[in-house]
Design a binder for this molecule. Structure first.
Ligand SMILES: [Fe+2]
Length: 556
């Protein structure tokens, strides 16, 4: 009886709800967790349609609350992933949020707000969503709340900062500057610089070692910090600041500069990860794996090198490891480190598909005013793979959107990985982006090693690996010119529809790999709603659009 009663009382207990807010300076986002379980992660850019949207994430918060039909009174704590350059600026962040939160009842909110230092929000998101009970965390970014690089060990819910580096030890700052020097948007186009790097030689590595000397353990500090001074050093080496943003193939010296930065980044990163491993060795019990977090962690070439040459065999990296993950990180930090609640079972696997759900009604509402005709093929997956194998480009919209900047099979543009001209067609007709940027393959996890030099899995497209030499000619659309690929391995349990689509493609072609790129055009965020998908479909040369079970084809 007593057992029954306690079970009944437990079942009527309200879950403990934390709303996380982060990315006030860029990548604004919100997240809802209930009893430590992630219910929603929402990025403001998806709703405002402004990439890397900053400020107070009003629409992302509204979307989180909508998920459970809640209002702010139902929230127990609001956790804010802070972003300040000095501890005293917490007040500045608070003011910023309040000035932008007209619809919130400020007096009510104030009592519930907990500010979480920026690096703790990053570290908490990586470690607490990882499958590891004990993890080594490498946090690497531009900087926030005084720190730019941190080596940490997280054991259950205890976070130990083994080594912290202040803002003068910032790889993110160097990337930001080189972005600007190469004519790109700082804090925006770092991925383009990474792509350029593969075309160059690290001829200017010595300049980076002069700007920011590094010792054998990876400890580094920028001694030439002033932007103009740094640019002058490059100019003296025979370069000049590039002004042109869009150009198919920039001149070789610019590629060399990008390659030098990439090499420097890898040099620092591998040494720091080895140092982190040394910290871990001090304990009897070792970490189960390495977590990489912070904006520089989006450098999938660096990650590939760390994992192939570094001491850690297992790794975990979140798709939203930039500031777009600091909302959920702050919420998890409060739940585990402030409230002292236990971790969930390590068997609870993180799902990136944490966006809003658009059901058939919503899809119908989007289609209706557009006056387009659709079909609902019985064997939709077979029909789509048939079209892809004939060279058609498919806009693929299914279920909840994936968080982070990479398409993971729910908001994707899909194409034939075997087609030699596909990269050019996609770049010119759909994505409107630079020709030197590669496209990524999605492969079913069981077949990954048949095509790529790798072990384990890469579920979130955050690691570059080598394509097996004898397989490169089979998948030219997703093999970069240097023989590498930024892969996504797909497990059926994570995304059954996408997995089955790739299997269906394999049945027709013998290749278990699709080209997968984000469903958007250059400069825009990934599509969120069915309306966004239709708009992108109409504005580009995408041949076929799939919205759930409905298929729309452009008339030839
Ligand atoms: Fe950050």
């Amino acid at each position: 009886m007593k057992t029954w009663l306690s079970r009944f009382l437990r079942s009527t207990e309200k879950p403990y709800r934390i709303l996380g807010i982060g990315g006030v300076h860029h990548d604004a986002n919100a997240a809802l967790i209930e009893d430590g379980k992630v219910i929603a992660i929402r990025e403001e850019e998806r709703f405002t349609r402004v990439k890397k949207q900053s400020g107070y994430p009003a629409r992302a918060i509204a979307s989180c609350l909508r998920e459970r039909q809640l209002d702010l009174r139902d929230i127990d704590v609001i956790a804010v992933g802070s972003f300040s350059f000095s501890p005293g600026n917490f007040a500045g962040d608070l003011l910023h949020i309040m000035n932008n939160s007209k619809e919130l009842e400020i007096s009510k909110i104030r009592k519930k707000m907990i500010f979480v230092p920026h690096y703790f929000a990053h570290i908490a998101s990586a470690a607490f969503l990882s499958p590891f009970t004990r993890s080594s965390v490498f946090f690497v970014e531009g900087g926030g709340d005084y720190l730019a690089t941190v080596l940490a060990i997280v054991n259950e819910t205890d976070i130990e900062l083994c080594k912290v580096f202040r803002l003068r030890s910032s790889l993110g700052y160097l990337w930001l500057l080189i972005c600007e020097y190469l004519g790109y948007r700082p804090n925006f186009d770092e991925g383009k610089v990474m792509a350029l790097a593969s075309y160059g030689e690290p001829k200017y590595l010595h300049l980076f070692q002069k700007i920011s000397p590094v010792d054998n353990e990876g400890n580094f500090e920028i001694v030439v910090y002033d932007k103009n001074e740094i640019f002058r050093l490059f100019n003296e080496a025979g370069l000049s600041q590039r002004r042109k943003e869009f150009e198919d193939y920039p001149a070789k010296p610019y590629c060399d500069l990008a390659a030098s930065l990439q090499k420097y980044t890898e040099l620092v990163a591998i040494r720091l990860v080895r140092q982190l491993y040394q910290f871990d060795q001090r304990y009897g019990r070792r970490s189960e794996g390495l977590c990489i977090t912070g904006g520089v962690g989006l450098n999938s070439v660096m990650n590939g090198m760390i994992l192939s040459e570094g001491p850690y065999k297992k790794s975990f990296m979140l798709p939203m490891m930039g500031d777009n993950g600091t909302g959920v990180g702050a919420a998890l930090f409060v739940y585990h480190c402030v409230l002292g609640r236990e971790r969930l079972s390590p068997l609870v696997r993180f799902s990136p598909y944490s966006g809003e759900l658009y059901n058939e009604n919503k899809i119908n509402e989007a289609i209706l005013p557009n006056n387009v005709s659709y079909t609902m093929p019985k064997n939709l997956l077979d029909r789509i793979t048939e079209l892809i194998s004939e060279g058609k480009i498919v806009g693929w919209f299914q279920g909840r959107s994936e968080c982070g900047p990479r398409a993971l099979g729910n908001r994707s543009i899909l194409a034939d990985s075997r087609a030699p001209d596909m990269k050019e067609r996609l770049n010119v007709k759909v994505k409107h982006r630079e020709m030197y940027r590669p496209f990524a393959p999605s492969v079913i996890v069981e077949k990954a090693q048949d095509f790529f030099e790798m072990d384990g899995e890469v579920p979130f497209m955050l690691r570059v690996v080598r394509v097996l030499e004898e397989k490169r000619k089979l998948i030219p659309a997703v093999t970069h010119f240097d023989g590498t690929a930024r892969i996504q391995t797909v497990r059926r349990e994570d995304n059954p529809v996408f997995y089955d689509l790739i299997v269906s493609f394999e049945k027709i072609t013998g290749i278990p790999i699709l080209l997968n790129t984000s469903f958007n055009v250059a400069g825009e965020p990934i599509v969120e709603t069915p309306e966004d998908a239709l708009k992108c479909f109409k504005a580009t040369d995408i041949d076929v659009l799939v919205l759930g079970t409905k298929m729309i084809q452009k008339k030839m």
